[in-house]
Design a protein around this ligand. Structure first.
Ligand SMILES: Nc1nc2c(c(=O)[nH]1)N[C@H]1C(S)=C(S)[C@@H](COP(=O)(O)O)O[C@H]1N2
Ligand SMILES: [Mo]
Length: 521
């Protein structure tokens, strides 16, 4: 007696459900808006002609969307069961079914606004789950079939078989049960993670912050050349670095900041108290110590926040302190030189970025921003505590991993135009890019083509030393292959070094270079 079709269908269904659960959970944990299934349903809605939708809505009323989702789930269930039955014949046929489904999911996900490569991770997670779970589930079934055939061939007494079947059935039921339980648990976990975030996202959207303005681009901050990095980096294009797998979703009403350690008057301040204080707004360029020469882990934004120097003065910093250990809601820590938080620069507890409450990924509701320091020693997202202390008394997250303790930004510059390997028409060739030395300031920028002499270029003057500056230059070049390099000089007269150093332990150095070709027009 061979295994029943039903068992194979169940195997397909359970594996299918497990894959939906892991992909949903992955999407929630990665804070992707929704699971791939929802992306497919949304895509279906978009593809169906409007007239059909209208008729359907008239027919079923407001139940149209739940019905559609139900329809997709039923169709998926049928496909999963079918894939399970196919597994009885060969291992690759169900893999093809799952592969096609995953491909549809991937296309639907990529068709969403603003989707990128990482949005495909949940699809991949779901596909791998399907294939692995189906093979684990069908393994006892396949063995039972082999044994049943052997029995028949050897014409052994049939009374061995029931025991054998009980044994395989137990193996199968155990695996299917366990898998279903894990799938349900993942679904519940994903939902909890996702709903907390949705709630915070709503609070964030409804927040009105008095005094927060859209930053005006300073006169003179921009050069006249298309394709140079824009002066202001839009929030959804600003680079992201954090160690948290699930980013904290914090209701402003639940947020407080504690100022502790070597202070005369420890403080605890709520969100309402913080935003009621005087706001400071400024353009500040933030960059990551892990930014390679020419890399893009850098962005410029208009930050609105409350000066940390004033808060620390109220708390009363004690003699002997030289550091502030910052702690995030997610447990991440960094050590910031006390001086950078108490001198006259705009080191702030930021509540808004480019005129909007901070995006959740960028530290909502409150993060630290300090001009002139790399992010890893200063820019704590979801900040919860500032402990005034001494560098010798603690170690922060990255310093335990071999990164420098202080982390001042190193001056650097980048060529944005021409793009690498671009073909530019003969005639005067235009070059452009950005240069930065936050809180010190950029004095001059120079370029050198094909290892030739350094030639000064035009540098924009944004009127602050805390941001990057755009630069633009022009040169007559013969047709053929060329390479351009850039370097800057800061306002103390120090020239950017050409000595190449990697990002570890305290930031990369070297000149950025791009190759391009000049072609006959
Ligand atoms: N809580 C927390 N804050 C953090 C980090 C982190 O991993 N966790 N990374 C830091 C690093 S290394 C950088 S470069 C900046 C990046 O800020 P962004 O993601 O808003 O661009 O945040 C800093 N703040
Ligand atoms: Mo960083």
């Amino acid at each position: 007696m061979r295994t029943s079709r039903g068992a194979w269908s169940v195997a397909g269904l359970v594996a299918g459900a497990a894959g939906l659960a892991t992909s949903y959970c992955a999407a929630m944990v990665m804070t992707i808006r929704d699971s791939p299934v929802v992306a497919v349903v949304e895509q279906l809605i978009r593809l169906v002609p409007g007239a059909v939708i209208e008729k359907a809505i008239r027919l079923v009323g407001a139940a149209d969307k739940p019905l559609l989702v139900l329809g997709v789930v039923v169709a998926l269930g049928a496909l999963f069961a079918w894939a399970g039955r196919l597994a009885r014949r060969s291992w690759w046929m169900p893999a093809v079914v799952f592969g096609v489904l995953a491909a549809i999911g991937a296309v639907a996900v990529l068709a969403q606004r603003g989707a990128g490569g990482t949005d495909l991770v949940p699809v991949a997670v779901g596909f791998v789950t399907w294939v692995v779970c189906l093979s684990v589930l069908t393994d006892p079934l396949r063995r039972a079939d082999v044994l049943a055939v052997e029995h028949r061939e050897r014409a052994e007494p049939a009374d061995d078989l029931p025991a054998l079947h009980r044994h395989t059935r137990r193996g199968f039921v155990l695996r299917a049960g366990l898998m279903s339980a894990v799938a349900v648990a993942l679904g519940v976990f994903g939902r909890a993670v996702g709903s907390g975030r949705r709630h915070v996202e709503k609070s964030r959207r409804l927040l009105k912050l008095d005094g927060v303005t859209e930053g005006q681009v300073p006169a003179g901050a921009r050069v006249d050349l298309a394709d140079v990095s824009p002066w202001r980096t839009p929030n959804d294009e600003f680079y992201l670095i954090h160690t948290a797998l699930v980013v904290p979703a914090i209701e402003p009403a639940d947020w407080t900041l504690r100022i502790t350690g070597m202070v005369d008057r420890p403080m605890e301040i709520t969100y309402a108290e913080l935003v009621a204080r005087e706001l400071t707004q400024s353009w500040i360029t933030l960059n990551c110590v892990s930014n390679e020469v020419g890399g893009d882990l850098i962005g410029n934004a208009w930050w609105s926040g409350v000066r940390i120097a004033d808060l620390l003065a109220e708390a009363g910093v004690q003699e002997g302190a030289d550091a502030v250990k910052q702690t995030s809601d997610d447990g991440w820590t960094c050590g910031t030189p006390l001086e950078a938080l108490t001198d006259d620069r705009d080191a702030v507890l930021a509540v808004a970025m480019n005129g909007r409450p901070l995006p959740i990924e960028h530290g909502f509701p409150v993060r630290t921003i300090v001009p002139g320091l790399y992010g890893y020693v200063s820019a704590t997202k979801w900040v919860r505590e500032l402990e005034v202390t001494r560098f010798e008394d603690f170690e922060a997250y990255w310093t335990t991993k071999g990164w420098g303790e202080r982390g001042p930004v190193k001056m650097s510059s980048r060529v944005d135009v021409p793009r690498t390997d671009a073909d530019v028409p003969a005639g005067p060739v235009r070059f452009g890019g950005v240069a930065w030395a936050q809180h010190t300031g950029v004095a001059t920028v120079e370029i050198a083509v094909d290892g030739g002499e350094w030639v000064p270029v035009e540098v924009a003057r944004p009127g602050t030393d805390d941001t990057w500056v755009q630069w633009v230059g022009e040169m007559e070049l013969e047709p053929g292959d060329h390479a351009v390099r850039v370097r800057m000089t800061d306002k103390t007269g120090a020239v950017q070094t050409g000595v190449e150093a990697g990002v570890l332990p305290d930031g990369a150095t070297g000149w950025h270079e791009r190759s391009f070709s000049v072609v006959e027009a």
